[in-house]
Design a protein around this ligand. Structure first.
Ligand code: ZN
Length: 376
């Protein structure tokens, strides 16, 4: 295991069942951390709950410039209800395809980050260095990165690479997320005498009607387009023959750069009247202007691999970057990894082995570029 190649290391990571829920990233995190220690990294672990382990490892470091952060998550989504034709935890190969749950999203990305780090194990002393952040609990809420952002472990970073699946195309950000439950109270009464009660479901339904045509009154973002709003769940009542005294619904808003989440919430509060809003996710959009100097160099490095000069595009999904940027404030950020975005969360998920190998070379080039420059 001392000198794994990109494919065998991806396979080793896939063999850990880190399906979230429940997650159980600890063994996978310890394996990745042990490799990093073997390669000379200072490695620390953080558990936000039992066996929900994240890893922060660093090498090198200089006063005048912060390190480059490479980050990925260790958990994977459940297998889903459809039957797999491959063993989801074996890393079976077929032609160029490597199969398994989380191969694309995003154990191939983690493997490539680790191997690029290994290539520099003896070369980072006296340079800005790198910091590797491998998180638990990304799927379904970015919990691990949210907890890490509250610790001192992250230190500093001057730029960030998020190894989520992009087929090695560099993406300059993604929308933000604002999620909440709106809760309504009523007064229960027998279903035969509704005039004696106050129906919470009616209140919730009226509120949902107002949300369907909600206008954010913001200009569409040049790359990300418009913000969106979706009511994804509603609950209320206990039985058909009673007036419900409680009802609630859940709202998922995706925001674009320039929007003020607090202003959106206060507009919604006044629209929804007496509803009690319980916000459970509040993450800003991630966006770096494509003409930013480092982004331009990332584009240049990726160009031969994507066959054209990359243009400004963004990811459809959320990433840990939204939390990590609370600490690495202002760091230019790209989402860039070997997995196939279309394969994320799919039955018979696979990744291209060629792209996995290429991403090691891309990450190495990014580390070389960041650590060789004396200023910036
Ligand atoms: Zn992911």
């Amino acid at each position: 295991m001392a000198n794994p190649d990109a494919i065998s290391l991806t396979r080793d990571l896939v063999r850990f069942d880190t399906v979230n829920p429940p997650g159980r990233e600890r063994d996978c995190a310890r394996m990745a951390g042990a490799l990093l220690e073997e390669w000379g990294f200072r490695t620390e672990y953080h558990e936000y709950a039992d066996s929900r382990t994240s890893v922060v490892a660093r090498l090198g470091g200089a006063d005048k410039k912060a390190p480059l952060c490479l980050t990925g998550h260790l958990d994977v989504v459940p297998l889903g209800s459809r039957k797999w034709s491959r063993d989801p935890f074996a890393g079976e190969a077929d032609g160029d395809k490597l199969y398994g749950r989380g191969v694309s999203d995003m154990k191939a990305g983690v493997a490539a980050i680790l191997l690029a780090a290994r290539s520099f194990s003896s070369k980072l002393a006296g340079t800005p260095g790198i910091v590797i952040v491998l998180t638990a609990g990304e799927e379904g809420g970015c919990v691990g990165s949210a907890q890490l952002a509250k610790t001192q472990l992250l230190g500093k970073a001057g730029a960030m690479v998020v190894g989520e699946p992009t087929s090695n195309y560099p993406l300059v950000g993604h929308k933000g997320s604002l999620k909440f439950h709106a809760r309504f109270k009523g007064v229960s009464a027998h279903g035969s005498m509704p005039e004696l009660g106050v129906n919470a479901i009616y209140k919730a339904a009226k509120a949902i009607g107002k949300l369907e045509g909600f206008d954010f009154a913001v200009k569409p973002h040049a790359v990300m387009g418009k913000p969106t709003l979706n009511v994804g769940i509603m609950e209320g009542g206990n039985t058909v023959n009673a007036v419900p005294d409680a009802a609630s619904f859940g709202v998922d808003i995706r925001t674009v750069p320039g929007m003020d989440h607090e202003a959106v919430l206060s507009k919604l509060r006044s629209l929804l009247g007496e509803a009690e809003l319980e916000v459970f996710s509040n993450l800003k959009p991630v966006w770096t202007a494509p003409d930013e100097e480092w982004i331009q160099r990332v584009f240049e490095i990726c160009k031969p691999y994507v066959g054209e000069a990359p243009t400004a595009r963004t990811a459809p999904y959320m990433t840990d970057a939204a939390n990590l940027l609370k600490v690495y404030a202002g760091a230019p950020t790209v989402v860039l990894g070997p997995g196939e975005a279309a394969m994320a969360h799919q039955t018979d998920e696979y990744a291209s082995m060629e792209r996995i190998r290429q991403s090691v070379a891309i990450y190495e080039a990014l580390i070389r570029d960041w650590t060789a420059r004396s200023s910036g």
